[in-house]
Ligand binder design. Sequence first.
Ligand SMILES: [Zn+2]
Length: 344
Amino acid sequence: MSFLPEIQQIEQRISILGSAMRSEVLAYSETSGAGGELRFPIYKLSFGSTDPQAPVLGFVGGVHGLERIGAQVSVALLNSFSELVLWDKNLQRTLQDIRVFFIPTVNPIGIYRKTRSNPRGIDLMRNAPVDADDPPRFLGGHRYTNKLPWYRGEFGAPMEVEAQAMIRGVQDEIRESKLAITVDSHSGFGLQDRLWFPYAKTLKPFPDLGLLYSFKQLLDRTYPHHFYRIEPQAGTYTTHGDLWDYIYDHHQSPEMGQHKNYLPLCLEMGSWMWLKKNPWQIFKPEGPFNPLIGHRHKRTLRRHNTLMEFLIRAVSSPDEWAELNAAKTLELESKAMELWYAKS
Ligand SMILES: [Zn+2]
């Protein structure tokens, strides 16, 4: 039977933690064909408050299988978090008021086979029914053939099993939450770690800009030497079918009731740093997307611990930064417009 070390680690956590968390198989990712049959569960682990309105923090990884480091970082965060849950009284108290969840391996067959897409050749981050303004040809998502990367799937077809599993897994956690932050880990772009916020589909400003700017100020004030570049995802290029655009818009749609504070972030790890230090790895399929040398890999796995700690604290203390009156929101929005959208 085929196995994935990332899934083995998740299953170990489930057996160690017992009733200290809730686990769910959101779906199975399956394929059969020339390479034999493959079937992997897509797990979600959830900790803390079951109050639907409680603030929520979520970590997602492995959407693009080839960017394996995204799944590995999510599992590493899960491992540390799970240990803390067992002994850290502060965290145990915090979890009475907030909920934290992990979906570390959204596209397990992609991870196993080192492919960006799912087993049907569909790029999950191009698969949502969302059309972009002026995306680059191919790269921004296309419907020509699954033989090329960035394939969106057929027009009008239901979303892929893995995409649906992730969307439902996230929505079940955040639906009625007063404040939610999710972090989806990717790699493959730039010399610096970025925190991208929506939209991917358009250069038009993200509706929760005031909240986002307040979040940035909090991070900058608390950790002035942090290394994250916070910017709108579409600043690089626009894409069709982004799952976070879809989740965000659905979450804020009128049928979902009143507006709720939600920041869907993507951690885009600056993989060119790894390439710069070890140019030869570009000749391996996973080379452009992952730290391949032992010490660099380890360093990457521990690199985002402070971010996780910061996010737990930010989500559990929303009155400091997320409960904004109209005047404050306007002031923050104008600063954000100046910083991120002045050119357009
Ligand atoms: Zn990616």
